[in-house]
Write a protein that binds this ligand. Structure first.
Ligand code: ATP
Ligand code: MG
Length: 436
């Protein structure tokens, strides 16, 4: 006899999480809430591949960014029959993919588009609370619209989302806003910024030193506590903006002011990706430590052309699903647990065929029903019914079923009297079970 060796247990990849019940019910609740808001603003769903050509992200996000320099899962595919292997990457964000798809399918030819997505993103970061290697975003992109009105609409959508989730502005989150101007304005600012950074070169960390000349604006994005004073004292891009950029910024602000949306202007807000211009914004919370940005976005008028499309303006944001859920939990926003309306208690197997007809009738009428699987005693079935969270138990006792009846018992409210109902006309009483 050969001895069976015990196989080592396999585990999920570091920084990549299983989302299981009951946690998955919180995800579904959040997604549903989000879809309801998105639909009210006229946004349509888009789904693009998880794997894209590496070049899409290098060109789209920028070569001198944390994402492309250090965090991207990039690999060479197997060679095809000509010996050619493609360079592919797991998407670290989805804007570049959406832009590629819009261009590839000429979707911006006739009009602008308002799109949203949900999806998994991949970044090889140091895993910690609120920061994972596979994480999920809900994002929106408004493509083909140049004006500050659409920037404001995008921000109002995000604001409504946060509020409808039960989060309170000023208490649980706040909005930070900045204007990055246009390329020529950033160039003028860049020189002043480099001069400032050179004065403090001894302070700079390795990233800072490396980016001083390649991407100095990015140095302001640092999370290094030792660099905060230096970054705060740096020349402000806002002071370098011309009339058109200021007018755009003021246009956004006027709408937000009128709508009563509070914001803080943060001159250091540059965002972690290179493609932004004019308006940038983040919703930040102080409840999640250094993973405090729950949503970030802005305008990216140059990206479509940069990726080979016909030039078109665009604006959007990405919201971190895990961070949103952590924040909701942290501040105690109640998420209704998933529970069936009805739990079916079936003491003996003989009546099962009749029971199934009734349960199918209920489901056809829109009632969620959990059937007790297999045989067990009444006590244990009631315990399972209770644990399921169902409001009602249907008790298919042999005697009742023989008379064409079923007992209906409220499991949560003892004041509701138990009744018996006819098995023949389920649809006539099914709707009562929808009222908890
Ligand atoms: P951070 O500064 O926290 O690294 P970011 O600027 O890199 O965030 P974006 O690229 O703007 O983030 O992504 C949009 C949102 O996605 C973030 O605001 C955050 O909520 C979420 N997010 C980004 N990276 C992660 C991650 N590794 N794990 C979980 N959520 C993330
Ligand atoms: Mg990041």
């Amino acid at each position: 006899m050969t001895e069976q060796k015990k196989q080592p247990q396999l585990q999920a990849v570091k920084g990549m999480n299983d989302i299981l019940p009951p946690e998955s019910a919180r995800w579904e609740w959040l997604e549903e809430k989000m879809r309801s808001v998105l639909q009210r603003y006229g946004y349509q769903n888009v789904r693009t591949p998880i794997v894209e050509p590496t070049a899409l992200f290098v060109r789209g996000i920028g070569e001198v960014t944390d994402i492309v320099e250090k965090e991207m899962y990039a690999f060479e595919d197997r060679a095809d029959k000509h010996g050619q292997a493609e360079h592919l990457a797991l998407r670290p964000e989805m804007t570049a993919g959406v832009v590629r798809a819009m261009t590839e399918h000429s979707f911006l030819r006739d009009s602008g588009r308002r799109l949203y997505y949900f999806g998994a993103m991949f970044r090889r970061e140091k895993p910690q609370k609120g920061r994972y290697r596979q994480f999920h975003q809900m994002g929106i992109e408004a493509l083909g619209f140049a004006g500050p009105d659409v920037d404001a609409e995008v921000i109002l959508l995000g604001n409504r989302l946060l509020r409808e989730l039960g989060l309170v502005d000023g208490e649980h989150f706040h909005l930070e806003l900045n204007c990055l101007g246009e390329a020529d304005e950033r160039r003028a600012h860049r020189e002043a910024l480099i001069a400032h950074l050179e004065q403090h070169i001894d302070l700079l960390d390795e990233d800072g030193k490396r980016r001083l000349h390649t991407n100095p604006l990015r140095v302001l994005d640092t999370k290094n506590p030792a660099l905060q004073d230096m970054a705060n004292a740096a020349p402000k891009l806002l002071d370098f903006l011309g009339e058109a950029s200021l007018a755009h910024f003021n246009g956004v602000r006027a709408i937000l002011d009128a709508a009563g949306v509070a914001y803080r202007i943060n001159p250091r807000l540059v965002r972690g990706l290179d493609y932004y211009n004019l308006t940038v914004f983040e919703w930040v919370t102080d409840k999640l430590g250094s993973q405090g940005t729950v949503c970030g976005g802005g305008r990216y008028d140059g990206l479509i052309e940069q990726l080979g499309g016909k030039p078109a303006p665009a604006v959007g944001f990405g919201m971190g699903m895990e961070r949103m859920l952590l924040l909701l939990e942290e501040v105690g926003v109640p998420v209704p647990p998933q529970a069936p309306a009805v739990y079916a208690i079936v003491p003996s197997a003989a009546v099962l065929p009749q029971v199934f007809v009734v349960l199918e009738g209920l489901r056809a009428a829109g009632v969620s029903v959990q059937m007790h699987p297999g045989q067990s005693g009444m006590k244990s079935q009631f315990k399972k019914a209770d644990g399921s969270g169902a409001a009602w138990a249907l008790i298919f006792g042999d005697d009742e079923v023989a008379q064409g009846l079923v007992a209906v018992k409220h499991l949560r409210d003892t004041a509701v009297p138990q009744t018996t109902r006819s098995l023949a006309d389920v649809s006539s009483w099914a709707s009562e079970l929808l009222r908890a």
